[in-house]
Ligand binder design. Structure first.
Ligand SMILES: [Zn+2]
Length: 74
């Protein structure tokens, strides 16, 4: 069922990641292990990805510690 080329199908591609920067500190973002968010290491904030669209709003960002416990919105 699963085609071999499916592994190329990542929700956030590398080009998009290079465009995205933390709206707070303008630093780089890295995808979270679960792929559901983009994390700013400097601020320890996770910007959630909702319906494949990263929500790049400081007000919507989840503290990394809360994210680790399963919280996906503030
Ligand atoms: Zn930041």
């Amino acid at each position: 069922m699963n085609a071999k080329n499916e592994e190329k199908d990542v929700s956030i591609d590398k080009e998009l990641l290079e465009i995205l920067a933390c709206p707070k500190c303008k630093g780089p973002l890295v995808p979270t292990d679960d792929g559901e968010g983009l994390k700013c290491e400097a601020d320890q904030l996770v910007y959630p990805i909702r319906e494949d669209i990263p929500v790049m709003l400081v007000d919507e960002a989840v503290p990394a510690a809360a994210w680790a416990t399963g919280i996906r919105s503030v």
